[in-house]
Design a protein around this ligand. Structure first.
Ligand code: PRX
Length: 632
């Protein structure tokens, strides 16, 4: 704790010096920076702006040049259990060839490449290859629908798309290329000149000559030499779409220098990363966790990591524990949802209980993505970590690039359910609606008071939305608004996250905007109006609950069940299966004020099954509450 406090004090004393020192020692710069933080166009901050570097060089070449080419970079385990090993030399070869193939297809510095793939070495290679030539990647999670993919292709102005024929998860094959074809056919993305396809299963796919290319055919004939393109530290390394409270998803734009610095540095601090560790982050490369703690952080450190194609419950719910034992994983990072579902599964099937496996290789356990309930924390600590391994509950976001508030293992005394203290250099605070600090013990709005190197730089193509979403005038225009509520403990000053304060839901650690789901529902020909709220769920943290009015008579019985199922499938097609509402309730109307505003807090109470004790005198139609409360 003294070492931690020293670092915190250093950052307070000399903020720029603190960050400059980390950036100079953690990364290799082809042109060293002389400037640290530029605030002249705040909140459009710039870090290390005159420095140049290449992310792929930092993640691959420098380890090979240091004589570590034969070190294992990736232990890949396929859905069916087949294991393959990739060294840093292999990565250099594969990434260079693919980077050359991209260049031959006309992709260059600043161009945007969308990557729509499942978990694979090739997915990581594609991201690294973009970074190598200075192209900006935008990974779209393989579970998103053709419509969602189309919107992202259009918004980001992609010129190339990398995908796979099919993905394999839980013993099933699921299409990717055909969804990509549908997305392209929806139009607006005519700038996409090349579709490069990784052949995962050999399943049948439609083919458009001159546009579609097999990844293995393109790379076969390319040279394995591709000098990394130096880019300015502020060059956009990637754009990753995430849900906000209003409108369409936001393209969160990250930098190269500041982002990479924090991806690597946080892994060192939060997981006490050491050279002989085997790290395993179970996230998908389609989310920020997969970017920072699969593609960039572990590779920047020259570490060894496990990459897994499948799901935790196939062939049985012991899969994670079996893999930890077989690969001697020492640092394990997963989501509370996964833990909760594996707790349940182990109660039903004792053979899948972690106690049945040799988990002695584990050193540190981590969680991310949503609040972890103390019961799940304790189970994880006891049964997976054998009571020996610190659990780091890491709070951060797509926008923050890396960990922000988290215990440091072995240093910070742990409290289940609390992400404890901000990392050194991260000026986190809890404020009221006017931006004033609130005393410890009192809940408020979580903000970050100073810019930090790995923060988002913009919302792609929408600087006004960047400013209004993250630096709202109500808070004075200078504080970064995280969108979460939090409270600090009176004694320890520890932070506890209390969930989103906006209309964003967190289902199984996936971020979903209620408006996105509402728009999807009202696009259905039978739906007149829809309001979506979250309700607590034992496994997924939050569940999507939709209140729907129809353009026809109110359905009852079997009719209602069928229609609800049709609407779920519809939302799955519009956004992706993760957005399907768990509950759908039909009503003749929605609870509204006389001015026509939907009273969401009442819907939230109804969704939870609570009795309405709040004042409903401003409601135009109070009887609707009874109807919506009954229909399930
Ligand atoms: O509400 C917080 C929750 O997840 C949100 C960020 O979601 P996303 O951008 O998808 O990134 C997830 C992976 C970093 C936050 O605003 N969240 C994330 N980590 C935690 C958390 N809530 C509580 N505790 C956490 N450790």
């Amino acid at each position: 704790m003294h070492a931690y406090q020293d670092l915190v004090a250093q950052a307070v004393r000399d903020y720029e010096g603190f960050w400059a020192n980390l950036a100079a020692t953690t990364l290799d710069w082809s042109k060293p920076f002389t400037k640290v933080l530029d605030e002249t166009e705040a909140p459009f901050y710039k870090w290390f702006e005159d420095g140049e570097l290449n992310a792929s060089y930092n993640c691959i070449d420098r380890h090979v040049e240091a004589g570590n080419g034969s070190r294992r970079a990736i232990v890949f385990e396929a859905d069916d259990g087949k294991v393959s090993y990739v060294t840093y030399a292999d990565l250099l070869n594969g990434v260079s060839r693919f980077a050359n193939a991209l260049k031959r297809r006309g992709v260059g510095k600043g161009d945007r490449v969308v990557i729509y793939m499942s978990m694979s070495v090739q997915g990581v290679v594609a991201m690294q290859a973009c970074a190598r030539i200075g192209a900006t990647h935008s990974v779209v999670f393989g579970g998103f629908s053709s419509k969602a993919l189309n919107e992202r292709l259009v918004d980001v102005g992609a010129t190339a798309l990398v995908t796979a024929d099919e993905q394999v998860r839980g013993g099933k094959t699921l299409p990717l290329k055909s969804i990509a074809d549908e997305a392209l056919a929806l139009g607006g993305c005519e700038a996409v000149k090349s579709v490069i396809v990784y052949q995962r299963t050999g399943g049948e796919v439609a083919w458009k000559e001159g546009r579609d290319f097999w990844m293995h055919e393109l790379t076969q004939t390319e040279s394995d030499q591709c000098p990394p393109e130096p880019v300015g530290a502020e060059h956009p390394l990637f754009i990753l779409y995430t849900s906000g409270s209003t409108g369409k998803p936001k393209g969160v734009q990250h930098s190269t220098g500041g982002y990479l610095l924090w991806a690597a540095q946080t892994l060192k601090w939060t997981f006490d990363w050491k050279q002989n560790d085997v790290f395993w982050c179970t996230a998908d490369i389609g989310w920020i966790t997969g970017h920072s703690y699969i593609t960039y952080g572990p590779l920047a450190l020259g570490g060894t990591q496990v990459v897994f194609e499948g799901v935790p419950t196939f062939p049985n719910a012991g899969r994670f524990w079996d893999m930890i034992a077989r690969h001697r994983v020492s640092l394990f990072y997963t989501a509370p949802t996964a833990i909760r579902s594996l707790i349940k599964a182990s109660e039903v099937d004792s053979k899948s209980h972690p106690k049945q496996f040799d988990l002695t290789s584990l050193r540190i356990l981590g969680t991310v993505g949503e609040p972890i309930n103390p019961e799940a924390w304790v189970w994880y600590h006891e049964n997976v970590g054998g009571g020996r391994c610190p659990v780091v509950d890491t709070w951060w976001q797509t926008e923050t690039g890396g960990h922000m508030i988290t215990p440091l293992p072995g240093a910070t005394p742990l409290v289940p359910g609390s992400c404890t203290l901000p990392l050194p250099g991260i000026m986190a605070a809890v404020v009221d609606e006017t931006g004033q600090d609130v005393p410890n013990g009192q809940g408020g709005i979580l903000v970050i008071k100073r810019p930090w190197p790995s923060m988002l730089r913009n919302i792609w193509g929408d600087p006004d939305r960047y400013r209004s979403s993250y630096f709202p005038e109500e808070l004075g225009g200078k504080l970064y608004l995280a969108g979460d509520g939090a409270v600090r403990d009176n004694g320890t000053g520890y932070f506890t996250i209390m969930g989103r304060i906006d209309d964003v839901l967190n289902v199984s650690g996936h971020r979903l905007g209620t408006m996105e789901i509402e728009s999807a529902l009202v696009a259905h020909p039978l739906v007149a109006e829809a309001a979506v709220v979250g309700r607590p769920d034992d496994t997924t943290g939050e569940a999507v609950c939709a209140f729907v009015t129809l353009k026809r008579e109110l359905p009852v019985g079997e009719d209602a069940t069928q229609l609800a199922s049709e609407l779920r499938t519809w939302v799955g097609k519009q956004i992706g299966p993760i957005a399907k509402p768990k509950d759908i309730r039909f009503g003749d109307n929605l609870p509204k004020t006389r001015s026509g505003k939907i009273m969401r807090r009442l819907l939230r109470s109804l969704a939870k099954g609570e009795e309405i004790t709040q004042d409903v005198s401003t409601l135009e139609n109070p009887t609707i509450l009874e109807q919506l409360g009954e229909s399930r």
